[in-house]
Each structure stands twice: as C-alpha cells, then as structure tokens.
Design a protein around this ligand. Structure first.
Ligand code: SAM
Length: 258
C-alpha cells in the first residue's frame, strides 16, 4: 500500500488523484468538484441544513484528498451559516502534505482562507483520532480518524448526513458490505440521509440488508443513477424508491456472491 497516487486534472478543471493501489481515480474524471457538489451536497440538501439547523453532523467514509471537507467549508462561508458543524471522516491511507499542496480546489472558492487548509490538515496527522479546527472564527470541527473503518470504534456520532465515498465495490469491497452499512447505521441520527455516487445493485443490496431504505436519483455528469438512503422513509419521498425486499431476497439467494 505504499505506491504514491498521481495528480490529474479532471474535465471541469479540478484536481483528482489516481490511486496506484486501487487502480482507480479518487473522483469522476469528468469533474471532481462538480460531481462532489452534486452527489454529496445538492442531492441531499446539505446547504439548506447548514442554514436552518443549529447543529449539523456529517460522517464521511474515505477522506481521500479532503475535497468534500473543503467544499463543506466553502458552502458554510458562502451561506453565512451559523450552525455548529462536526465533520467526521475516516481514512486508512492519508495522502502526504506535498500531495495535498498540489490540489487546486481552493481556486474554485471565493474564500482565500481555504488556500492552506488541506495542506495544513495533512501536515501533522497521527494514527487514530485527529481533532482539527481549520479556521479560527468558524464553528466547523474536523474529526479525522486515521485508520481503517473497521477499527473506528468507541465514538458517539449522531450523523445527519453520510457521504459514502469509498472506491468502487469491485476494488474496495470491505466498505460495501452489510456489516459496513450496519456500522454506519449505528452512527446515524434517526433522520439521517446517506448519499453515494454508486448505483450498483450489490451495494444497494448490502445497504438494504443492513436496514437502510433506498432511493435513486439522477447520477452526476452523465452517470445514469446514484443512490440515496435513509433510515426514515419520509426523507425519500422526493426520489424514486428502490425495492429493498427484492434486493434482500437476491442477496440471500447468493445473486451477488461473484
Ligand atoms: C474514492 S477515495 C475518497 C475520495 C474523497 N472523499 C475525496 O474527495 O478525495 C476513497 C478513500 O477511501 C480510503 N479507504 C479505502 N478503504 C478504506 C478503509 N477500509 N477504511 C478507511 N479508508 C479507506 C482510500 O484510501 C481513499 O482515500
């Protein structure tokens, strides 16, 4: 797991990395900033929650480049938000500060103070939990666990939003199992919403087996579909529902074993 990732520019001009370990891009090559905004923020209405709720808690699987956290700060500053935000994330293989320094995400923001945020975050990370306040006057705290998701334990998180941003199920299987989604459920507020770019039936079946209710939305940048899940069906009324029972049946029949 030591081969360093390569830097690339996606079609909307924003950076991504290519993982030589997983043989996969960290983001959609058609546009990392565009895809992340659409899949994780806009589809589940995170910007509205940042303006309306006193406290917003987000849990991300796969901190990667830190793009989603930087976008959260950008939405927060743009919306003149006053909510208290906790952003929890896990990352098994953190990138180096020099690699973070090459990412051009801050140039997509109007806020100059975001320029050094990612480089600073990746500068002094230790294994286990890192608690970071990236901007002095902004009530956003990053709880970044450096380690595998299976070793993340003992934390009480009542997340309102989950950004499930692992590599694809074919190469990153351990983050797409019923056990993984069961664990996410144990970290969820009863009204939580989970978003992922992934629309694979196998991944949806694992969510359904773990007790998540499912819906689909149009995918980002030419992808046909993405998945939205919640523990509360009423959060899915604006989306086209997925038949969870059928997926559970197929899972139990072994349809997804290969
Ligand atoms: C698709 S990338 C993340 C994209 C990220 N959200 C971003 O915007 O850059 C998936 C990330 O999950 C991490 N990862 C893979 N398996 C993991 C595991 N079991 N526990 C924690 N992190 C894991 C990878 O190292 C990688 O950084």
């Amino acid at each position: 797991m030591s081969e360093r990732p390569d830097h690339h520019i996606t079609k909307d001009g924003s950076s991504t990395l290519y993982s030589n370990t997983y043989n996969q891009y960290f983001h959609n090559p058609n546009g990392s900033v565009s895809e992340s905004k659409y899949v994780f923020f806009e589809t589940s209405n995170v910007p509205d929650a940042l303006v309306q709720n006193e406290k917003v808690t987000i849990f991300e699987t796969g901190f990667g480049t830190g793009l989603n956290f930087l976008l959260l700060l950008d939405y927060y500053l743009s919306g003149k938000c006053i909510s208290k935000v906790e952003f929890h994330s896990v990352e098994a293989f953190p990138i180096l500060a020099d690699e973070a320094g090459k990412l051009n995400y801050a140039s997509f923001s109007d806020f100059e103070e975001l320029e050094q945020v990612l480089k600073n975050i990746f500068t002094d990370l230790k294994k286990g939990m890192n608690i970071i306040k990236p901007l002095p006057d902004v009530d956003v705290t990053l709880f970044l666990f450096i380690g595998k998701f299976k070793d993340f334990e003992g934390e009480v998180v009542q997340a309102d939003f989950f950004f499930h941003d692992a590599f694809s199920p074919e190469v990153n299987e351990e983050l797409w199992t019923p056990e993984a989604f069961q664990k996410l459920k144990s970290l969820a507020h009863s009204e939580a919403i989970l978003s992922t770019y992934c629309a694979a039936s196998k991944a949806r079946a694992a969510m359904a087996v773990a007790g998540w209710k499912l819906a689909k939305a149009r995918g980002a940048l030419g992808k046909r579909e993405m998945t939205i899940a919640s523990l509360s069906e009423k959060n899915l009324t604006n989306f086209k529902r997925v038949n969870e029972e059928r997926l559970i049946e197929r899972f139990n029949n072994g349809d997804f074993d290969h």
